[in-house]
Structure formats: structure tokens, C-alpha cells
Design a protein around this ligand. Structure first.
Ligand code: NAG
Ligand code: NAG
Length: 344
């Protein structure tokens, strides 16, 4: 009797799981037999995921698949994957979307999860084409992920680039390696349309230069944290640039960042070399958290102090610099200085 009920259970289970397995095979690498738990959440406006492309919306489209997978698929891993979206309206293009992808590593490999997140986002793009993504937020683990260890997963037609052409806002956190080694590398193509970029990642000043250089329309740039570049092989605390663009070669250039209004930087390394090549003609707000013992001497020339409306200087800023800055930006509405005094 027990055997019969077990058999019955197995057959029923197989029948129930068959359609899901088909979906699973189609969208997720067959190698990964224990995919992470998937959580999908939407804001009320988000039901408008159906607005992506009317003609392609059927019960078998992405939303159905994602929901079905989320509700039925596998609870084995503790890891969580979120894909969220929300609708805003753009008159010319039609509905524009905000997409959030989030990857938490659990007892499964970060590389598998990372690839899978790319596939899910790619799958989402079949219903909501990348051209309709306006705001993208990606949160990845702060550990390097080696994508080459996985067998190639077919992304045919799923690559975000160059199709993320209308992306305006990008919020990204993760390990610097994934700025390059990714299904969405930070190429000039990706950066050129952005107006708001917010990166939480330890990178070198050379990489920060690369980002600013290619963000030609940027109005708000936020980066935490610039850290020390590796000086030589014996240097264990420093890190290597990811993009390999050497800032020292750019010191004589004059590059105008004519749209940049707000610049937020946290840095453990002198930011003066970053300021030399750029002209910040529209800058109105700065927020610097400087954790090195330095002075503002070398960046004084580069910033239109008199135009600033908001100034925040934090970290290890010298009192003489504070006095100087206060005298230079009388028009700043919210001047706030947090000073950790340094001895010298
Ligand atoms: C930038 O992103 C971080 C984490 O993703 C967030 O905590 C922070 O508030 C964001 N900053 C801005 C200015 O949006
Ligand atoms: C400033 O930067 C330091 C070092 O990176 C960090 O520990 C601190 O939390 C930052 N402060 C603010 C207000 O962001």
C-alpha cells in the first residue's frame, strides 16, 4: 500500500513538474539542477509589465513564466534572486521601466547565480525590450566572480548591449571585476546615455577617470570608494585598475563635463589627479568624503566654488581648507562640514 502511494506520488509529481521543467530547460542552464529561490515583487504600477509590448503578451509570456517559476520552483537553496520593475511613462517611446536585479549568494556558486541573473534579465527583455529600460539597479555580491569557469550559456539576443540605449539611471554595486567581466560590461556604449550613475565598488582613480570620461551626459555621479592603486607586486593593499586606462597620460587634457551638476566621491586616495583633466562648468553640488591626509590645495582651481549650491566635505579635511571653502562659496544653501581633525 505504501509502495502504491509512493508510486502515485511520484507520477503525480512528475506530471506537475513537467511543464515547469520545459520552462526550466528553455531558460536556465540544464547544468544547474538546484536553481536559487526566486522572489519576484512588484509595486502596484508594476502590473503594467503587460504594457511592455501588447502583441507579445499571452499567458505564456515572461510574466507568467516568472510568476510560475517563482511560485513553484525549487526552494532548496537559501539564495534569493529578485527581479522587480516599475513603470514610468515616456511620451515618445511608450512605457519606460525600472528594473532591479539582485543577487545574493548562498550555498550555490556566485558564478552560476551571476549568469542566471543575466539570463533572467535577458528573458525579461523579451517582453520589455531593453530600449524601454530607463532605470536599472543591480546589486551583486562584493566578491570577484570568475565567469570563465562556467560553460558558455547561450545569450543569443539577450545581451543588454548595445540595446540599453535609453538607460538614464544606473545604480550598481558589486566587485570591480564585474564592471568588465559581465553580461553587462561598463563599455562606452553603456555609459554614454546615462544621466545618473551611482556605483558602490572599490576601484582605482584610473577607473573613476574612465567612467567620467565616457559618461558624456552625466548630471549626477556618485562613487564610493576610490582606493589606493597597487604600486608594485609587493603592494598587498593596493588594487589594479580594471579598465587599464592610465590617468597619468591625461593630465594635460581638458575635457569638459558640461552636464555634471552633482559629484559625490568617497576616496582613500588623493583625488587631485582626477580633477586636472576635467572642466566642471555646471557643477552645483559636491559631496566629498576624503579619508586620506591631504589638502584641497590641488583641486581648488578645478571647482567653480562660487557657483556651488550645496557643499559637503567630510572625512579628513583641514581646518584651513574649510575656512577657505566657506569664503569661496557664500551662495551654498546647505554647507555642512564634518571634520575629523588631523594632526599635522
Ligand atoms: C547609491 O547607491 C547606494 C547603494 O546602492 C545607496 O545606499 C545610496 O543612497 C545611493 N546614493 C544616491 C545618491 O542615490
Ligand atoms: C567616509 O569614508 C570612510 C572610508 O571609506 C567610511 O568609513 C565612512 O563611513 C564614510 N563616511 C560617510 C559619511 O560616508
Amino acid at each position: 500500500m505504501k509502495l502504491v502511494s509512493q508510486l502515485f506520488g511520484m507520477v503525480l509529481g512528475a506530471l506537475l513538474y513537467f511543464p515547469l521543467l520545459v520552462i526550466y530547460d528553455r531558460f536556465i542552464s540544464p547544468r544547474i539542477w538546484k536553481p536559487p529561490k526566486v522572489t519576484l515583487s512588484t509595486t502596484p504600477g508594476c502590473m503594467s509589465i503587460k504594457l511592455g509590448r501588447e502583441e507579445s503578451v499571452t499567458s505564456k509570456t515572461l510574466k507568467g513564466l516568472l510568476v510560475a517559476l517563482a511560485e513553484n520552483l525549487i526552494d532548496h537553496a537559501e539564495s534569493t534572486l529578485h527581479i522587480r520593475d516599475r513603470v514610468t511613462l515616456d511620451r515618445e517611446l511608450g512605457p519606460m521601466f525600472r528594473v532591479e536585479g539582485e543577487l545574493d549568494t548562498g550555498d550555490w556558486s556566485a558564478a552560476e547565480g551571476f549568469k542566471m541573473l543575466g539570463q533572467w534579465l535577458g528573458t525579461l527583455s523579451e517582453t520589455i525590450p531593453y530600449a524601454h529600460w530607463e532605470d536599472l539597479k543591480l546589486r551583486l555580491p562584493n566578491q570577484p566572480i570568475d565567469c570563465s569557469v562556467l560553460p558558455t550559456v547561450r545569450f543569443a539576443g539577450f545581451e543588454p548591449l548595445p540595446n540599453l540605449e535609453n538607460l538614464k539611471t544606473l545604480t550598481w554595486s558589486g566587485h570591480r571585476r564585474q564592471l568588465k567581466d559581465s553580461w553587462m560590461p561598463f563599455t562606452p556604449d553603456l555609459l554614454q546615455s546615462l544621466t545618473i550613475l551611482n556605483i558602490t565598488c572599490d576601484i582605482t582613480i584610473d577607473d573613476c577617470f574612465y567612467l567620467l570620461l565616457h559618461c558624456k551626459k552625466i548630471t549626477t555621479f556618485t562613487l564610493q570608494t576610490i582606493v589606493q592603486r597597487k604600486i608594485n607586486n609587493a603592494d598587498v593593499s593596493g588594487i589594479e585598475p580594471v579598465f587599464g586606462r592610465d590617468l597619468s597620460g591625461a593630465q594635460d587634457q581638458e575635457i569638459e563635463l558640461s552636464h555634471l551638476r552633482s559629484l559625490t566621491l568617497a576616496s582613500a586616495q588623493d583625488i587631485a589627479p582626477l580633477f586636472r583633466p576635467f572642466k566642471f562648468t555646471s557643477l552645483r553640488a559636491i559631496d566629498f568624503n576624503l579619508s586620506y591626509d591631504g589638502s584641497l590645495k590641488d583641486i581648488k582651481e578645478s571647482i567653480p566654488w562660487a557657483e556651488l549650491k550645496r557643499v559637503h566635505l567630510g572625512g579628513r579635511v583641514r581646518r584651513t581648507d574649510v575656512t577657505w571653502v566657506k569664503s569661496r562659496c557664500p551662495g551654498a544653501h546647505h554647507t555642512c562640514f564634518c571634520i575629523k581633525r588631523i594632526k599635522y
